[in-house]
Design a protein around this ligand. Structure first.
Ligand SMILES: [Fe+2]
Length: 283
């Protein structure tokens, strides 16, 4: 059954938020099948597979500071390019420098897709660390497109609508061409990340059958913003997400089949910055 939805309510840890879905395509459930399997989900069989996510240590304190400093410099350069002074610029105060949503969208368009070469974060050198954590080969080349994966910088201003709806990353190629791409998601906190701003996930949701998941199949509109990712309204009758603890120097790894999103920055005066990218299974 297809249905239109004006809004949806979600539980995030101890409180609820309601978001407008007005303008989104119709919501419906999928077929009675679990898409995450030993073949399709490269995190299958890892010790944390039942939950679908895990925070691993991967950078020393010094390496983390280098990463944050490099990224601050890269973003400051983009901000300066738009004619704004960045004396004493730090990422947590980004919203005090870029004060309009239009200005932020101009910056975000440039920061959204950065290659490792654009800033001080050698993903290629770090891939062996991620491989050692999971115990199999990984690559930042997307075997499907033959292209290197972009690193996405997520800048999320306090109280703003700079967040995705709950979604699964693997739905895009699945809905378009019934392809299940074999990758893992990585999310790295950079600054302003607390239990009021980190990335919410729905534990175990990757193991649900698609007929339990009510979602759009062609993008979404959340709070008036258009998204390429689909929006999920509920899963197995639940709308509950939790924000896992992820410390600086750690990476949150999660199944590409895990429901995640709605990372509303509920802090009053601190911008949150995180990196997001995918790595593919190297066969
Ligand atoms: Fe995602």
């Amino acid at each position: 059954m297809k249905q239109r939805m004006q809004s949806a309510r979600y539980q995030i840890d101890d409180h609820q938020i309601e978001v407008s879905l007005d303008g989104s395509p119709e919501f419906q459930t999928g077929a009675a099948e679990v898409l995450a399997t030993e073949q399709s989900d490269i995190t299958y069989g890892l010790p944390w597979y039942d939950k679908g996510y895990h925070a691993y240590n991967f950078l020393s304190p010094k390496e983390f500071i280098n990463l944050r400093t490099g990224l601050t410099g890269s973003i400051a350069k983009i901000v300066v390019g738009s004619g704004i002074s960045t004396d004493g610029f730090n990422l947590e105060d980004y919203h005090k420098v870029i004060t309009s949503t239009e200005g932020h969208h101009r910056i975000a368009a440039k920061t959204r897709d950065l290659f490792a070469a654009d800033f001080n974060f050698p993903v290629e050198e770090l891939i062996p660390r991620f491989e050692a954590l999971v115990g199999f080969g990984l690559t930042d080349f997307n075997p499907d497109s033959g292209q290197k994966m972009h690193i996405i910088v997520r800048i999320n201003r306090p109280g703003s609508n700079d967040f995705n709806p709950p979604h699964k990353d693997m739905y895009g190629p699945w809905d378009r061409e019934k392809r299940l791409l074999r990758f893992v998601n990585l999310w790295i906190p950079i600054s302003g990340v607390t239990n009021r701003s980190s990335l919410p996930v729905a534990p175990g949701s990757h193991r649900l059958s698609e007929d339990k998941i009510l979602r759009t199949f062609d993008g979404a509109v959340v709070e008036g913003n258009k998204y390429r990712v689909n929006a999920i309204a509920e899963w197995d009758g639940s709308n509950a997400l939790i924000r896992p603890e992820v410390k600086y120097g750690q990476v949150l790894m999660f199944s590409s089949h895990l429901i995640h999103g709605l990372a509303k920055n509920e802090q009053v005066d601190t911008t949150r910055v995180a990196l997001e990218f995918r790595l593919f299974r190297k066969d």
